[in-house]
Design a protein around this ligand. Structure first.
Ligand code: IPE
Ligand code: IPE
Ligand code: MG
Length: 261
């Protein structure tokens, strides 16, 4: 038991990092964190390396951050890994990105299983290569009964397409009498989205200095707290995640009300 916990503690964790983790946990963590993991290409370019080297380094960060999120007791971590617009990139880069789930899960899945993490995917499955989908489906299947952190990969995900599909689905259900248009409220509409099993994110993080959503969870982020950093995703570490969560803990969420009401 001790070994197991030790292995999952953030690597190279100094005692000050450990203290911070404990105090962040005490102050109450967000239930759902969503991250737009951006800046892999620029990270590689700065080092005169091919863009894919940045993606590979970024994958290592996913491990680190998943471990910490799990340790903090966060309910769900949604990671934007590939957008519906990312198909515009050179084939070589897209092919590389599409093999990353196999590589990542090939080595990380046993730990995820052991640590009670549930792997899920949110996105359009039909256009994904068979080998990519196979790796994701295997991980989802083997972790489906886990009750800890939900590690939700947004892969071939696009929010506008998701919303349009939900609208089409609602219309169909209205026509067939399953749904009554007058009873369609926000909660019911949310149930038609790909994120239907998850609560809306409490905290959104975007790395690399870009201040935009890039078609990510447009509906779900309506009242989410945003945290942006110039740090490129491959340089993102435990300290940065703790900074984001601590900032979140000091925000006042009013949801349109007034403080203290
Ligand atoms: C994010 O890094 C990863 C994906 C979008 C797949 P980028 O590849 O967008 O890196 P930059 O933004 O070009 O630096
Ligand atoms: C958003 O990043 C998508 C992912 C992180 C997977 P992009 O790099 O594709 O976004 P833009 O093109 O800069 O808006
Ligand atoms: Mg980018």
């Amino acid at each position: 038991m001790f070994n197991k916990l030790k292995r999952w503690k953030p690597q190279n964790s100094s005692s000050s990092l450990r203290d911070r983790i404990e105090s962040v946990k005490k102050a109450g963590v967000p239930s759902h964190i969503a991250i737009i993991m951006d800046g892999n290409g620029r990270w590689a370019k700065k080092r005169a390396m091919p863009r894919v080297a940045g993606h590979h380094e970024g994958m290592k960060v996913v491990r680190k951050i998943t471990r910490l999120a799990n340790e903090l007791g966060i309910g769900a971590l949604t990671l934007y890994a590939f957008s519906t617009e990312n198909w515009k990139r050179p084939k070589m880069e897209v092919d590389y990105l599409m093999q990353l789930p196999e590589e990542f899960l090939g080595s990380f899945l046993p730990e995820l299983i052991e640590e009670n993490v549930r792997v899920e995917m949110m996105g359009y499955q039909e256009n994904l290569p068979v080998h990519t989908l196979r790796a994701i489906n295997k991980a989802s299947e083997e972790t489906k009964n886990n009750t800890g952190l939900v590690l939700n990969f947004a892969l071939n995900y696009g929010s506008r397409a998701e919303i349009l599909d939900a609208v089409r689905h609602v219309l169909k259900d209205c026509q067939s009498g399953i749904m009554d248009a007058n009873s369609l409220n926000e909660e019911a509409f949310s149930s038609y989205l790909m994120s239907s099993k998850l609560a809306d994110p409490d905290l959104l993080i975007r790395t690399s200095g870009e201040i935009r959503l890039s078609n990510f969870m447009l509906w779900q982020l309506a009242y989410t707290e945003f945290w942006f950093t110039d740090v490129l995703w491959p340089d993102f570490n435990e300290e940065h995640l703790l900074n984001a969560v601590e900032t979140f803990q000091n925000r006042q969420r009013r949801f349109g009300g007034i403080q203290g009401s």
